[in-house]
Each structure stands twice: as structure tokens, then as C-alpha cells.
Write a protein that binds this ligand. Structure first.
Ligand code: CA
Length: 235
């Protein structure tokens, strides 16, 4: 049964100034289907005129929003975890009303609802970074928020973005999966999606990802908020 808890999220960089509590919601599971779009996605958001929330998130073409990088085993600090979400459309998309769902190797899924609609906006063709703590990764980009105490499993887990019962994107990693290779490859290194695999199904297999190579200020490796380099070795 999905866990439910309360989180405080904080904007960590001006000019946005957000501070609020979010109540997680337990949402129904959906099924992920395939897509192979690797180019800019056409999407026209329909927004609630009062709240500014996205109304037609379930109608987003596959691959509009993608999880493109995540850090599940930082060495600088156990809580210096983060993940990056890319918007591959030509329009800004508010994330309010969507939920991020995390799962450890053996734990139940935990969902947290992205609250508000005017603040949590992924810029057109831009990225946002969600960090577990404000000062843990040393180089938080301008579009970033802190989500609090949700753990990305070191020996396996999953991370997804869900809108209602619809999985917008989801990635799962597991020790022992040949496509992922030894997860120790990612000790202190973010899991970086190969730019050639930027599609909803393209980022499913472990072979689409590789250890980040760009040094961060905290000694770990990753490119939060900046384009991912090409994976030099993919299977
Ligand atoms: Ca990146």
C-alpha cells in the first residue's frame, strides 16, 4: 500500500519563492506504454483558469516529460540524492497535481504530490531538479526544489512521475540486472540518460543510462540541470 506522509518543499533559489506543505496522495497504478519519439514533442497544455493547474496531463504525448538523471547513491552524503526532469516540448508545463513516486528495493511505493501550479513549472525545453535536501548537492541549478526524506534505493528501486493513474514516465533499476551492470558503477555518480535515448520507452532499459562523468562541487558526479553528455559506452 503506498505510503502517505507530509512533506515541506522549499524553493532554494530565487526568484521563485515557495514554501509549503504537500500532502501525498496514494494514486492508482497505471501502465507504461512504448514510444520512440526522440525529438521535440508537440503539446498544448490546457490549464485550469483559476488554479493554473494542468488539465490534460494524461493527454500529454509520451516523452513530453522525462526523467533524465538521478542520483541514488551519493558518496558526499547519504542524503545528497536528486533527480532531473526534462520538458521536451516548446511550452512550459506546470507539474502541480502530478506525483513523484519513489520505491526502494523492498519498500512500498511512496508518492508525493507536487502542490501548487504556478511555481512548479518546467520551462519549455528546460529541466527542473528535485533534490532531497537543499544544500546536499552543492550545485543546485536555478529551477530546483527540495522534496525531503524520500530515499532512492542503493541496490534497486524505481522513480516515476504520475498524473492521476497515468504514468508519465518511470524508471526502475535493480542490482543483478545485466542491462544495468553492477550498481556500484554508480557509487557517487548520477545515473545519466544517454541523449539518444530521450523517449518514454527509450529510458526504460539500464543500457540507456551511464554513470555521470562531470564533477560536482560536492565531489560526486552529475549534471543536474544541464544537458547530459553522450554515454560513451552503451550496450
Ligand atoms: Ca543532466
Amino acid at each position: 500500500m503506498p505510503a502517505t506522509d507530509v512533506l515541506g518543499l522549499h524553493d532554494v533559489v530565487a526568484p521563485q519563492d515557495i514554501e509549503f506543505d504537500a500532502i501525498d496522495t496514494a494514486l492508482d497504478n497505471g501502465l507504461e506504454t512504448s514510444a520512440d519519439a526522440a525529438t521535440t514533442v508537440d503539446f498544448t497544455p490546457e490549464l485550469d483558469p483559476v488554479t493554473g493547474c494542468l488539465l490534460n496531463g494524461t493527454a500529454m504525448p509520451e516523452g513530453t516529460l522525462l526523467i533524465t538523471e538521478f542520483m541514488f547513491h551519493p558518496l558526499s552524503s547519504p542524503t545528497a540524492e536528486w533527480f532531473e526532469v526534462a520538458n521536451r516540448s516548446n511550452v512550459a508545463i506546470p507539474l502541480g497535481g502530478m506525483s513523484f513516486v519513489t520505491q526502494g528495493p523492498s519498500a512500498a511505493e511512496e508518492a508525493y504530490l507536487v502542490p501548487g501550479c504556478d511555481a512548479f513549472v518546467v520551462p519549455a525545453l528546460g529541466t527542473v531538479v528535485f533534490a532531497r535536501e537543499a544544500d546536499g548537492i552543492g550545485s543546485l541549478p536555478a529551477s530546483s526544489w527540495v522534496y525531503g526524506d524520500h530515499e532512492l534505493g542503493d541496490t534497486g528501486g524505481s522513480l516515476g512521475l504520475r498524473f492521476g493513474s497515468h504514468w508519465v514516465d518511470k524508471v526502475a533499476w535493480k542490482e543483478g540486472d545485466p542491462a544495468w551492470g553492477p550498481l556500484s558503477n554508480y557509487d557517487g555518480k548520477a545515473v545519466s540518460l544517454d541523449p539518444a535515448k530521450f523517449s518514454r520507452a527509450g529510458n526504460d532499459p539500464g543500457s540507456a543510462w551511464c554513470p555521470a562523468v562531470e564533477a560536482m562541487a560536492n565531489g560526486d558526479y552529475g549534471s543536474p540541470g544541464t544537458p547530459n553528455p553522450e554515454c560513451l559506452v552503451t550496450e
